[in-house]
Design a protein around this ligand. Structure first.
Ligand code: F6R
Length: 369
């Protein structure tokens, strides 16, 4: 069933353009408006919402962190993201106007389930974003938006993550639509770019050979650091998580602006540091800051692996290795920027002789708290 791929993970990485396209299918009409009737939360209820709280674990939590940037920027509704395992123990402030979004590939993660039960007890509406039809989390939620990634067999989540991002964008844009927030050129342009994003994922996949070759040369390293700013920060966290679970290496993700507050002390001669660079077009201030972050770590001996948009020339002098991704609107960049990190971790794990689909100590769905 691996269709000739060396692992399910590689197969699932390759399936991402289809998974993304299937998750968008039928949800954006040609005029650019969204149809999410399946949500089962009425537009009237959605107009009442004064807070969004996202709960999830692991990779799904990283999708939630990215969703926060999109939800707050597009809808102007305050949004919190919390690890499901921490949520109910801190007595969170919830009410009838809070929308709690539970993100889960399996729909069976006990931490996420307990968080959503707690939210419903407080009278909040719960929307599940889930990949598994009829699983427990959607059954216990008020509403569900299914991701259409198809079955994910490899323990490490890849195609499910990309579809979780897409589902989060759809929910955020739908909130704009029903509430009329910023409903104009900016949002219309984003919807247009979102509807084409699976083609961009396809293009990224076509250029992954140098990433594989690079990963193989790093099999003997002990530590890899990942840096990002804005939505690139959760992408860095996701890149580090993939490397930990698959390659069993010390990997950490940081917000690049935090470097000078401590983590820069970790940088040693020839240590690989992966940097996710935001688009130079939109938030140029952010872009310039990360270019100086790259200079700083390189001056301290880091081997810089830079993920940057096509046409971004400012990073070239400071990149020991340059990985190009297609230009996308800032908030959508994680959909394309995550792919090289998945390939990188998968190849590095294989080079270290690890079992890619079944990493040690891990299970595909975690049904205990
Ligand atoms: C990482 C990974 C895990 C899951 C987490 C949540 O690659 O697969 O971190 O993302 O256990 O699982 P779901 O999404 O099934 O709730």
């Amino acid at each position: 069933e691996k269709d000739g791929y060396a692992s399910f993970m590689l197969k699932e990485i390759a399936e991402q353009p289809k998974a993304v396209a299937d998750t968008l299918l039928g949800r954006i009409d040609p005029s650019g408006s969204l149809t999410l009737d399946e949500l089962r939360i009425t537009p009237a209820d959605l107009r009442q919402i004064d807070k969004v709280v996202i709960v999830a674990c692991g990779t799904a939590f990283h999708a939630g962190l990215i969703a926060k940037y999109a939800i707050e920027h597009w809808t102007r509704i305050p949004c919190e993201v919390e690890l499901a395992s921490e949520f109910r123990y801190r007595d969170p402030i919830l009410g009838g106007r809070s929308l709690v979004i539970a993100i889960s590939q399996s729909g069976e993660t006990m931490d996420t389930l307990m968080a959503l039960r707690h939210a419903r007890e407080q009278g909040s509406k719960v929307l599940a974003i889930c990949n598994t039809n009829g699983s427990t989390i959607p059954r216990e939620s008020d509403a569900v938006l299914y991701t259409h990634a198809g079955p994910e067999v490899a323990v490490a989540s890849t195609k499910a993550f990309l579809t979780q991002l897409v589902a989060c964008y759809l929910v955020a844009l739908y909130l704009c639509q029903v509430r009329g927030t910023k409903w104009g050129d900016e949002i219309q342009a984003v919807i247009k770019d979102l509807s084409k994003i699976s083609e961009e994922v396809e293009r990224v996949l076509e250029t992954m050979e140098p990433v594989r070759a690079l990963a193989r040369t790093l099999a003997g390293k002990d530590t890899v650091l990942f840096l990002g700013r804005h939505v690139g920060y959760p992408v860095a966290l996701e890149g580090a998580l993939k490397l930990k679970e698959l390659a069993y290496m010390h990997a950490e993700g940081f917000a690049a602006g935090e470097l000078k507050h401590g983590p820069i002390a970790l940088v040693e001669e020839d240590m690989p540091v992966v940097v996710v660079v935001p688009s130079p077009r939109n938030r140029s201030l952010l872009h310039d800051k990360i270019v100086s972050n790259i200079q700083e770590i390189r001056a301290r001996g880091a081997r810089t692996i830079v993920i940057a948009e096509e046409g971004d020339e400012a990073v070239v002098p400071y990149a020991d290795h340059l990985i190009r991704i297609p230009a996308t609107p800032t908030l959508l960049q994680p959909v394309v920027a995550t792919v090289p990190l998945q390939v990188f971790a998968c190849e590095l794990a294989a080079a270290r002789g690890n079992e890619v689909d079944q990493p040690r100590n891990l299970a595909k769905s975690v049904t205990v708290e």
